[in-house]
Design a protein around this ligand. Sequence first.
Ligand code: S3P
Length: 187
Amino acid sequence: MQAFDIQTLADKLDRPVALIGMMGSGKTTLGKTLAETLGRPFYDSDKLIEEKAGMPTADIFDSFGEAKFRDVEEATICMLAAGQPSVIATGGGAVMREATLKALLKDTIVIWMDAPVDVLWERLKGCTTRPLLRAENPQEKLRELLAQREKYYAKAHIRIPVQAEPQTKALEKMILALAAQVNSAKT
Ligand code: S3P
């Protein structure tokens, strides 16, 4: 894709782009690259929550519970969604809060990074920072979470199928889909 096309796309963006999808789907890594490519700021809702709380996500879950985490997540994402054009990586469970999903769909272009469980598991096995994976069978837990969440992820404006592929490939798919979405101005 030529630099000119990217600039045209960046100029046409009148709202943030929000990445949703399961943990391990590449929202943070690809979000950063997408933001750099578009020349827009990048925000990671988990990181902002951790900075605000002064502790890692797993400790927030342990000390205050998941519901409290979701409260702060909702406030953080609604604030980012209502802001200037940027790229936002959301936490994997953010869409389970109705108000959070509603704000994302209203104020941002939502991209679902849709990765199958085997790709997610390959990336997440051995991970100790995701509190929801501290289960007896973390792979099964991942499968369960995806099954519960799929119908919410599917509300996204754009779905990007993610495979075990080079990041450049996924980035290219995102940019092409975003350009088609912006040009059709259906959001
Ligand atoms: C969660 C995903 C995590 C983080 C928290 C809960 C989830 O974010 O918000 O551990 O419910 O799937 P990532 O999707 O960025 O890993």
